[in-house]
Ligand binder design. Structure first.
Ligand code: PLP
Length: 367
């Protein structure tokens, strides 16, 4: 079976973890600090704060900018649920914006429709590794006095107009979950150029503790371990190579996949797309020979992993339906339509040339 994702772990990571295990310092210590410094340098920001996963990176970032009950935060409806749930954790209201049909990213025109006098921030997601329309979203934030948080969980190393994502807003939030472009097993990072926000994030991460047993605010235990950080330090050095392999794989598919009704990923001028997912759309109305479900069954029978990211837009998730979100009051028709036709194919760096050829021929031979 060719899996939809595969972490790239080799002896380097194993040795780094072994060294930490032998050191006797297992929790957050010097290796976390080393990882934070290397990550800040890589992204090109003043501060990076390592945490236990990507979800809490969003939680802490929203708390640090002061989001509270009564506030609204605009998020795309087409993303992983953590983006919106982070707003709920503050007791605030996620307001869903629709996405662009081609990039699948938050649509600035729809964001403008959804800004109200309660809006305090926008969380925009660089979905599947393709940067969102940063300048347009930044402009909306400036005009309306809103904070911008970048959800970079799927976009380590992606670039917008030559600059790496993670430093365009007040905070960038990364995930190092096992299937991401780089991993620490589980893990997360907040990037920020604001020393003040960085300070609050560090306090929130560890029980509001400034000095040992001096607790200045209500915080959590959201710390990363040195074991995770050791993997992160090694993975970060390999990230550009991993991304290059993903890009090469995507370019192979772009050139060779040819079936009517199958639309390949769009890449906007001026961006570096790092293909966390290679997401195609399948449309029988446009001539694709079988339904998406049957196509998934066909790929499975042929030993090719695939996945739907995401089968429901967030406003249609049971949790959100129960809270009163409906298609009518949310108005995100593009997100809803996309969830019915999107499909991710394997694009990870572990694919061999024969995998690319096999995947392409299997898909092109669909009848
Ligand atoms: C867009 C997006 N945001 C947030 C997260 C949350 O990250 P984590 O799974 O590390 O909590 C993910 C991870 O799957 C994600 O894809």
């Amino acid at each position: 079976m060719i899996p939809i994702a595969r972490p790239m772990i080799s002896d380097d990571e194993i040795q780094a973890v072994t060294a930490v295990l032998k050191s006797g310092m297992l929790a957050q210590s010097k290796v976390v600090e080393e990882f934070e410094n290397a990550f800040a340098d890589y992204v090109g920001v003043r501060n990076a704060i390592a945490v236990s996963n990507g979800t809490v990176s969003l939680d802490i970032a929203l708390k640090a900018i002061g989001i509270k009950p009564g506030d609204e935060v605009i998020v795309p409806s087409f993303t992983f649920i953590a983006t919106a749930n982070a707003v709920l954790f503050q007791g605030a209201k996620p307001v869903f914006a629709d996405v662009d049909e081609r990039t699948f990213n938050i649509n600035p025109n729809d964001v403008l429709e959804k800004v109200s006098d309660k809006t305090k921030a926008i969380i925009a997601v660089h979905l599947f590794g393709h940067p969102f329309d940063v300048y347009a979203i930044q402009e909306i934030c400036e005009d309306n006095n809103l904070y911008l948080i970048e959800d970079c969980a799927q976009a380590h190393g992606a670039e917008y107009e030559g600059t790496k994502v993670g430093g365009f807003g007040i905070a960038g939030c990364f995930s190092f979950y096992a299937t991401k472009n780089m991993t620490t097993g589980e893990g997360g990072m907040i990037t920020t150029n604001s020393d003040e926000i960085a300070k609050v994030c560090r306090l929130l991460r560890s029980h509001g503790e400034g000095q040992k047993y001096q607790h200045q605010m209500l915080g959590y235990n959201y710390r990363m371990t040195d074991i995770q950080a050791a993997i992160g330090v090694v993975q970060l050095k390999k990230l550009d190579d991993f991304n290059e392999a993903r890009i090469n794989n995507a370019e192979y598919f772009d050139e060779h996949l040819k079936v009517s009704g199958l639309t390949l990923p769009y890449k906007k001028k001026g961006v570096k797309h790092v293909y966390h997912q290679y997401a195609v759309t399948i449309e029988e109305e446009k001539g694709f020979p079988i339904s998406r479900d049957d196509f998934m069954g066909y790929l499975k029978d042929k030993g090719i992993g695939c996945a739907i990211h995401y089968p429901l837009p967030i406003h249609k998730q049971p949790l959100y339906r129960r809270m009163g979100y409906t298609e009518e009051n949310t108005k995100c028709p593009v997100a809803t339509a996309l969830s019915g036709k999107i499909l991710s194919l394997p694009v990870h760096p572990a694919l061999a040339e024969e995998d690319l050829i096999y995947i392409t021929e299997t898909i092109n031979n669909i009848r």
